[in-house]
Design a binder for this molecule. Structure first.
Ligand SMILES: N#Cc1c(-c2ccc3ccn(Cc4ccc(CN5CCOCC5)cc4)c3c2)n[nH]c1N
Length: 244
């Protein structure tokens, strides 16, 4: 998978060079290219923003640098086009399902906005030749798209074959489709500062361990995400109906 990221703070994306994503890039599973949007400005101050039409606070990112950057890095007459992801507070909620969807793409491009956002014509013009998806990573306000790109790239990259050591762990995780939050995990020592590891986990009885883990998943989900528990219950009922 090729990933292109456009930002006025390219150093923000240095995190993509470390850990899981960094290893994937070094092993050739990922081809990560970060671009400084200001490289496509032509004035002394390398201007990327201007005042908003219609008034209002703040500044808006000018369309010209984006258009030139996209033309240069992913030319319209090229053999293929990326899927363009634009982080924005007004976007489609990012989810594990969307992470799986994006992990299937051969080429992704991410446009990191700043200020009050990117001129609306940039996405509209890009959509003339590539699929554009505006995405939000959550119902809270950030100052720009870079953090969102780091979140999405990590969630996507770990789904790519060969990126994480134990693909089986993907199946057991929260939000990975069976609908419950995962159970708590423990390791040595068996006792630490007056806290013991649950005895069942030391029993070697795999049936009891599996039952305890399921009960913990249900308890945690009921406590923290009753919405997921309701959906999980409905999916169980639907499976029962289908089986009967
Ligand atoms: N993904 C994601 C994000 C982002 C995100 C992503 C990209 C950019 C680019 C600029 N910003 C700053 C910004 C903040 C608030 C607003 C809303 N405006 C409405 C009208 O009044 C003024 C304010 C716009 C732009 C961004 C924020 N925030 N939260 C997420 N989950």
């Amino acid at each position: 998978m090729r990933l292109d990221v456009f930002s006025i703070f390219p150093e923000y994306l240095a995190a993509l060079d470390v850990s899981l994503v960094g290893k994937a890039a070094k092993s050739g599973l990922l081809d990560v290219r970060v671009h400084d949007l200001r490289d496509w400005t032509h004035d002394r101050h390398r201007t990327v923003d201007d005042t908003p039409y219609g008034g209002g606070a703040g500044m808006v990112m000018k369309p010209e640098p984006w258009g030139e950057a996209f033309d240069s890095v992913m030319p319209g007459d090229g053999p293929s086009q990326p899927r363009l992801i634009v982080p924005t507070p007004a976007g489609r909620p990012f989810s594990q399902d969307l992470a799986y969807e994006l992990a299937a793409e051969p080429w992704l491009a991410f446009a990191c906005g700043r200020y009050e956002g990117i001129d609306g014509r940039v996405a509209a013009h890009a959509a003339e030749r590539m699929q554009v998806t505006e995405v939000s990573i959550g119902d809270y306000v950030l100052n720009g798209g870079e953090v969102a790109v780091l979140v999405m790239v990590e969630a996507i990259a770990r789904l790519l074959p060969g990126v994480i050591g134990n693909p089986e762990s993907l199946a057991e995780e929260s939000h990975s489709g069976h609908g419950l939050l995962e159970y708590p995990v423990y390791t040595k020592p068996p006792a630490w500062r007056g806290h013991e590891v649950p005895e069942v986990l030391l029993s070697g009885n795999h049936k009891l361990i599996a039952e305890w883990r399921h009960e913990e998943s249900v308890r945690r989900t009921a406590e923290r995400r009753p919405d997921l528990l309701a959906a999980w219950g409905s999916s169980l009922a639907a499976e029962d109906d289908a089986a009967s």
